[in-house]
Design a protein around this ligand. Sequence first.
Ligand SMILES: [Zn+2]
Length: 231
Amino acid sequence: MNLLTTYLKDFTSLFFPDVCQACGNSLVIGESVFCTTCIFQFPYTDFHLDAENTLAKQFWGRIHIQSAVAFLYFSKGGKVQNIMHQLKYNKQPQVGIELGKMYGNLLKDQEQYKEVDAIIPVPLHPDKFKKRGYNQSEQFAMGLSEVMDIPIINDLLIRVKSAESQIKQSRSNRFHNIESVFETRETQKLLTKILLVDDTITTGATLEICTIALQKIGIKEINIVGIAFTQ
Ligand SMILES: [Zn+2]
């Protein structure tokens, strides 16, 4: 950068400073995406340190998975709600990447995340993808992928519009609100162990359907990783 561009950048940042995506305060040199105060105050779950955490327990008796974790607790009116709003509705995909990098740094040394073949983000409905321009779960996956050195496979799991009959066939009421069903493409690659990545996990119904679809093609070890968990 020459002196003039440096000057112009400083000048522009007087009017359009980079702001923290959680609290809106201006970022200082050395900070990116989130300010130091927010990073210090985020409601971390520490689920990766407890195999029998609340989220994992939620899947007991529903599906057989290796583990389930989420980075942060989601609460209405809290900072995590701001973050998720920026990521999903305010065209700030870097929020997902940054959170992925932060979480990846915590997960990469854990025994259960060794020898993972691929990261599979939950696909966005095609209409939503068109509108948003990116899949927020995939952005999170990109951050995880960079830090954990695991490739992303984003064309294996596909979201298709639900046929009424398929919904009716589902065995439980909780599937009724899901707009789409998931299918898997034929895969040449042999996948044994994967990370299935989502944004905010609430009931886990979407993840349940994805897991069943992935198990049908022989993936044995499924580890769920979310950005946030709503209790
Ligand atoms: Zn902040």
